[in-house]
Design a protein around this ligand. Structure first.
Ligand code: ZN
Length: 273
């Protein structure tokens, strides 16, 4: 990051957004291949999902939204991890929705989220830290917006997780599941992390079937199609079943040292329960 590119600074370079489905634009960050999604309605308003990850990238996302002439109608956080609850002043003051459980965790753990953003995300002591984790609980099943976006809550990876289905674009914005790069990363505070994750995969598969989803976007990794989603579901279930059985999973994603480290950490935690 270049010094002086604080979130909200007018000098931010607009990030490249790729339209992966009609009105679904994705920016991919360097760190953790983190995706941020800008959903655009016919009236030009937009909803920004999980803006991430460095201050330069978050403000660059805001610059891209502004240079395209979009009006930010709201935000959405898929789950309460620091790299999914960031914001920039330049994105405006509209509500940033999340499930009630996600919003509650983000409020309760805000100090830790801010610390993680500073330690892991190069955010430093910048004004935008005021906005970390300030989420608005959304009780309903759709975003309050002119475009139909269905909220699909699931219990995996973190408390209060949710995916979004953009109905007319037949697109699933999945949150931190269904990644081509990461094995299932469990919510280790849950009573049954593996069982929950398997149920969540079933729920996402069901929602994808109901809405005829043909584009799937993970929180970390690359966009895929319906066949790719089936492959990732199979790989994730294989991984989880190996973990449940105490076997070493045969999973190509474990070749990545960071993923291997997270795998080792969660297998140790499961063993020690
Ligand atoms: Zn996460």
């Amino acid at each position: 990051m270049t010094p002086g590119t604080a979130a909200g600074a007018p000098t931010a370079t607009p990030r490249r957004l790729v339209e992966v489905a009609p009105g679904v634009h994705v920016a991919t960050a360097v760190r953790y291949t983190t995706t941020s999604t800008v959903l655009v309605a016919a009236d030009g308003s937009c909803v920004v999902v999980d803006p991430a990850v460095t201050p330069g990238e978050v403000s660059g996302l805001a610059a891209a939204v502004q240079s395209a002439g979009r009006r930010v109608h709201g935000g959405f956080a898929t789950h309460p991890h620091w790299d999914h609850v960031l914001w920039a002043d330049a994105l405006g003051g509209s509500p940033r929705w999340a499930t009630p459980a996600c919003a509650a965790v983000a409020a309760r753990e805000r100090d830790a989220l801010v610390r993680a953003a500073v330690d892991d995300g190069e955010h430093g002591e910048r004004p935008a830290l005021r906005t970390v984790g300030r989420l608005t609980p959304l009780a309903g099943g759709v975003l309050p917006w002119s475009r139909e976006v269905v909220v699909v809550p699931y219990r995996a990876h973190a408390p209060g997780s949710a995916a979004l289905v953009v109905a007319d674009a037949r697109t699933l914005v999945a949150g931190d599941v269904l990644s081509d790069l990461e094995v299932p990363l469990l919510d280790l505070d849950a009573a049954d992390p593996i069982g929950d994750h398997l149920v969540a995969l079933d729920a996402l598969e069901g929602a994808a079937a109901v809405h005829g989803v043909r584009v799937v976007l993970p929180g970390h990794g690359h966009v895929t199609d319906a066949a790719g989603m089936r492959r990732r579901l199979a790989a994730d279930r294989d991984y989880l079943e190996a973990l449940a059985a105490g076997r070493a999973p045969d999973d190509a994603r474990l070749a990545d040292p960071w993923v291997r480290g997270e795998h080792d950490r969660q297998t140790a935690a499961l063993r020690d329960r």
